[in-house]
Ligand binder design. Structure first.
Ligand SMILES: Cc1cc2nc3c(=O)[nH]c(=O)nc-3n(C[C@H](O)[C@H](O)[C@H](O)COP(=O)(O)OP(=O)(O)OC[C@H]3O[C@@H](n4cnc5c(N)ncnc54)[C@H](O)[C@@H]3O)c2cc1C
Length: 265
């Protein structure tokens, strides 16, 4: 027998639907996109990417008319159900990044990821919402021979790049965590937080600054604008025309025909 699939994230398991983090925007949500709406900037997707975009846009220019639309509601996607690890590092391991992009770029990428962690911590303070933030660093550890070889390559590269990522021995790890790993790398600038709470806090801050929200409105297609005409976003019950559109729909980009796996500078 298979266990039933949980539809709601585990971050607020005991909260009633009304109290879950995304409900912070209930008062601000105007329901579905219906009829013909307009905005300066339309953000589609109310996960951390979309909400952060809306928040920083309205922070920089409070006169902007920003609308956030989601197929369901804020934090309905990965942002409401991530593990909550807040830590540095870039996509490929640091030794691979150094080979692929050069040592200087790999170093800059790692330092940018450390800055990103610091910015998230600062953001929780700015929002006045602790979001369950707990500091304490992050250990990347291994129990296998191949893992040890990989960690050794990474450790050498961190050292060669002048990055402060200490190596932990099995005894060091056991002392901190009492788990039997062979070795690890310690990333100092890291912690954990509740990503659903952070999403909810961002959504609430956006709403308080005048960002409008529309829930239950899946984007079905779009007619891109050019310099003179706005982009037209098509929803089941209406349209939204905007000077700029930010599509932050995560894994739903493919079905919408948007570029996937493209890194834009
Ligand atoms: C199980 C799991 C664990 C993770 N753990 C971590 C972790 O510990 N640390 C970490 O840093 N990252 C973690 N991640 C990754 C992290 O959660 C995501 O990278 C991040 O939340 C993505 O944010 P996003 O805004 O791009 O996407 P999402 O949060 O997925 O938001 C996309 C939004 O777009 C909406 N949408 C989709 N299609 C449409 C459409 N057609 N029209 C309108 N709206 C649409 C969705 O409803 C959704 O709300 C984890 C991810 C998962 C799945």
């Amino acid at each position: 027998m298979t266990a039933p699939v949980r539809e709601e994230p585990c971050w607020a398991p005991d909260a009633s639907p009304e109290d879950r983090p995304h409900r912070a925007t209930t008062g601000a949500s105007s329901g579905r996109v219906t009829g013909g709406l307009t905005a300066d900037v339309a953000v589609v997707g109310a996960g951390l990417a979309g909400l952060s975009t809306a928040y920083h846009l309205i922070e920089r220019d409070p006169s902007l008319d920003v609308v956030v639309v989601d197929a369901r509601h804020p934090a309905a996607g990965a942002s409401g159900r991530g593990t909550g690890l807040l830590g540095p590092r870039v996509g490929p391991s640091i030794d691979r990044a150094a080979r692929r992009y050069g040592p200087s770029m790999a170093r800059d990428m790692y330092l940018a990821s450390v800055t990103a962690v610091e910015r998230v911590v600062a953001l929780t303070e700015e929002l006045g919402a602790p979001c369950g933030l707990r500091g304490g660093g992050q250990i990347v550890a291994t129990r296998t021979a191949s893992g040890l070889a990989s960690l050794a390559r990474q450790a050498r590269t961190y050292q060669a790049l002048g990055l402060d990522v200490p190596v932990l021995s099995a005894a060091d790890i056991r002392e901190r965590l009492d788990v039997p790993y062979h070795a690890g790398l310690f990333h100092r600038s890291a912690g954990t937080l509740d990503p659903a709470a952070l999403s909810g806090a961002l959504a609430a801050a956006c709403a308080a600054k005048g960002v409008r929200f529309h829930d239950d409105s899946p984007l079905r297609g779009l007619r891109p604008g050019d310099g003179g005409t706005p982009t037209e976003l098509l929803f089941p019950s209406g349209t939204l025309r905007a000077r700029k559109a930010v599509l932050a729909v995560n894994a739903a980009a493919g079905p919408l025909g948007l570029p996937v796996g493209t890194v834009l500078p």
